[in-house]
Design a protein around this ligand. Structure first.
Ligand SMILES: [Fe+2]
Length: 251
């Protein structure tokens, strides 16, 4: 299988996405896929949507796409404010109407999951592909892990929590910093959280994504200019400033 770059949770952060795509190209990735949350939180929804529509092999529906398409339910106030602002950006009469329609059609057509042989791609969890938060502590609950892995044939990929690492049916969560390069995902079952490109929350400010060759996964961390993204957020009155400040802390 060709090397693919698996991205998630870009969150309208063009600075981060640009650096990650440069890294993926240098690493020889033939294809880029996105597990959802292209938009929400960040300052560049239109630019990020364009890149996804032109260049990604596929994109899944994230809870933030759902929040913009319909309405933001169960969002905290910062996420909700950013969802309403993002929705206006993608529909605004100040922008090209034909492109607005293309954006909308693209969002409406996003699938919730994708299966390719024994590989499953979701935004959130194999049980609830768009919304469930599969957090590292849950890996200690064997019954729950049993339910999760009933839905996994060999390897599944997700994002959503912005906490990268690997879940196993019978071992505690292995956080990204402890995962060796070219980690084999051939014997047994695995749920790989690929982390977040545009809003990492594991204390590391660098973007995170995964390279998959069908048999191994490698996590990549890529530094980007988060101060620039934070400055752009600050200039937009309707986006809470905290959304920029958190990028400098990786949380
Ligand atoms: Fe997200």
């Amino acid at each position: 299988m060709r090397r693919i770059a698996i991205l998630s949770d870009i969150h309208s952060n063009l600075e981060a996405l640009t650096k990650v795509l440069e890294d993926a190209a240098r690493q020889g990735c033939a294809e880029v896929v996105c597990l959802g949350d292209l938009i929400g939180y960040g300052p560049n929804p239109r630019q990020v949507m364009r890149i996804a529509m032109e260049r990604f092999h596929f994109t899944l529906m994230g809870n933030h796409e759902e929040g913009v398409l319909y309405e933001p339910v169960n969002f905290n106030w910062k996420a909700e404010a950013s969802a309403w602002w993002t929705k206006d950006q993608l529909q605004s009469k100040r922008h090209d109407a034909a492109e607005n329609r293309r954006f909308w059609k693209f969002l409406e057509g996003l699938p919730r999951y994708r299966e390719e042989g024994d590989v499953l791609y979701v935004h959130a969890s194999p049980l609830d592909p768009t919304r469930e938060y599969l957090v590292p502590e849950a890996s200690l609950d064997r019954d729950y892990m049993g339910l999760i892995f009933n839905r996994v044939r060999r390897v599944a990929f997700g994002g959503h929590t912005h906490l990268p690492g690997i879940f196993f049916p019978d071992r505690p969560f292995l956080e990204q910093r402890s995962v060796p390069d070219r980690f084999p995902v051939t014997e047994g079952k695995f749920f790989v959280n690929v982390g977040s490109v545009g809003q990492p929350r594991d204390g590391d400010t660098r973007s995170c994504y995964v390279i998959f060759d069908g048999r191994h996964v490698t996590f990549r961390r890529v530094a980007y200019n988060f101060r620039k993204t934070a400055r752009l957020i600050k200039r937009i009155k309707r986006l809470p400033h905290a959304l920029g400040a958190r990028l400098a802390m990786g949380e």
